[in-house]
Design a protein around this ligand. Structure first.
Ligand code: FAD
Length: 429
């Protein structure tokens, strides 16, 4: 259903509380720019803003609306570190490289804080995140992580929590232990995307909505075509992530689009809401198919849980997500669900981002595997900086190993469904 507050957007809590939706024109002429960015989510907008701040002439082409994709629909949790925690990163890459990626992740968080402050983005940025340990096999993980972060990463802020201490943060029996990170954050993701878009335009970026890119040439300059116009540009940036479709087969096989779902309850009232969750911080658990939740500014519970792996969403998204919420917070039985929506993200085999160059002038960043708020913002920034030649952090990301999903774009779904069933079973054991 189209949202009354913004035609072309889904009917989500975020759209209902959006600040700064403006209608932008569709491309209907032949233009030139230094860089053409495809996709108006965090990746594309961040790349565009970075480039414009460096004096580069940028056009963004968005198939639907700014923040239409995962960026305007997601949980809003801005996690610390990479999608793999430092214990996994050390095992995969050794301490030195793990520390390098930890530092990048800290820079990613700082970039969000800086942009919110610099551009006065009204995205309700709050501090704090609790991770709830859901199964006995993970007992001790929080303490090991806190020790590693304090001892090897100069990050003394996290606290490992017993079950009782965890319940001081969230009134759930579902968590056996917890980890509290006061420096992680949450935000209103659509308002953040809209704020970045406004900042980019103020810096000179031209953004076109309802302008789906149909093709681009492998040439220098490249010609990027929509149904009614084209942009001739020295560089192209692909920021389409889970919505890439068939636009670029060379990167499509490296990611798996996954649909994830959210609900927003009716306003619970401040007192009742704070009895459930003792603040405006974010929460997620250690399940492979993760549950995540937080209180909104008007004291609703925003809850995300459940996934599917095929094109199309369940007909009754509220009915699909509600059992996940009730498993964690059975106190909410009977509560009304005011909004239910889904979005598409993309995951990689390694759960680390897939960033690189297809041609000297064609750049891409995708596959943030559920950790895209900090990572997509950062990836967009480092792609922009690499195009301008002012920084080379891009090279470290581009050198991360990337694996094609078995079966490529046609046969990856059956394999993925089997893998997810396996991990879902592991979650329950
Ligand atoms: C329900 C849900 C919850 C999530 N929760 C969290 C969370 O709490 N924390 C977190 O860190 N991450 C979370 N994520 C992941 C995060 O939202 C994404 O990783 C991130 O937003 C990706 O940004 P992006 O710009 O790369 O992609 P998107 O925001 O998906 O943007 C891609 C854009 O490209 C456009 N596009 C596609 N093809 C074309 C074309 N041919 N021409 C023009 N435009 C095109 C699309 O319309 C879309 O607007 C969640 C994702 C979902 C779906």
């Amino acid at each position: 259903m189209a949202a009354p507050n913004g035609p072309g957007y889904p009917d989500s809590y975020y759209v209902a509380t959006a600040q700064g939706i403006v209608d932008r024109p569709a491309l209907d002429e032949e233009l030139t720019a230094d860089v053409c960015v495809i996709g108006g989510g965090f990746t594309g907008l961040s790349a565009a803003l970075t480039l414009a701040e460096l004096g580069v002439d940028v056009i963004v082409l968005e198939a639907e609306r700014v923040g239409f994709g995962a960026s305007g629909r997601c949980g809003g949790l801005v996690g610390t570190g990479q999608r793999k925690d430092v214990l996994e990163m050390e095992e995969a890459f050794g301490l030195e490289r793990s520390r390098q990626f930890w530092d990048f992740a800290e820079q990613a968080k700082q970039e969000i804080r800086d942009r919110v402050a610099r551009h006065a983005i009204p995205c309700d940025l709050q501090k704090g995140q609790l991770i709830g340990v859901h199964k006995r096999g993970y007992l001790g993980w929080a303490e090991a992580l806190v020790d590693a972060l304090t001892g090897r990463y100069d990050y003394p802020f996290c606290r490992a929590l017993s079950a009782e201490e965890t319940r001081e943060y969230v009134a759930t029996e579902d968590f056996l232990e917890g980890l509290y990170d006061p420096e992680a954050m949450v935000l209103h993701p659509l308002n953040y995307a809209l704020g970045i878009a406004r900042a980019a335009e103020e810096a000179g970026v031209r953004i076109f909505e309802n302008s789906r890119v149909r093709s681009y040439t492998e040439s220098d300059p490249a010609v990027v075509r929509t149904d009614k116009g084209s942009v001739t540009a020295s560089h192209v940036v692909l920021g389409c992530n889970g919505y890439l479709g068939n636009l670029e087969p060379r990167t499509a096989g490296k990611i798996m689009p996954i649909n994830n779902f959210m609900i927003a309850t009716e306003p619970l009232g401040e007192e009742r809401a704070l009895e459930l969750v003792k603040g405006r911080f974010g929460i997620h658990d250690t399940r492979f198919v993760v549950n995540y939740f937080r209180l909104s500014e008007d004291f609703r519970l925003l809850f995300g849980g459940g996934e599917n792996y095929r094109p199309g969403f369940p007909r009754d998204i509220a009915g699909f997500v509600r059992p996940y919420m009730l498993k964690v917070l059975p106190q909410l039985r009977g509560v009304k669900i005011d909004y239910a929506w889904g979005g598409t993200l993309s995951v990689t085999v390694s759960r680390l981002p897939h960033v690189g160059r297809l041609e000297p002038n064609v750049w891409y960043a995708q596959g943030y595997s559920g950790h895209g708020i900090p990572t997509a913002n950062f990836a967009g920034k480092i792609v922009g900086e690499a195009i301008s030649g002012v920084d080379n952090r891009f090279d470290a990301f581009a050198s991360l190993p990337s694996t094609t999903f078995p079966g490529g774009t046609t046969l990856r779904y059956p394999g993925m469904v089997l893998a997810m069933l396996y991990y879902g079973l592991k979650d329950r054991l």
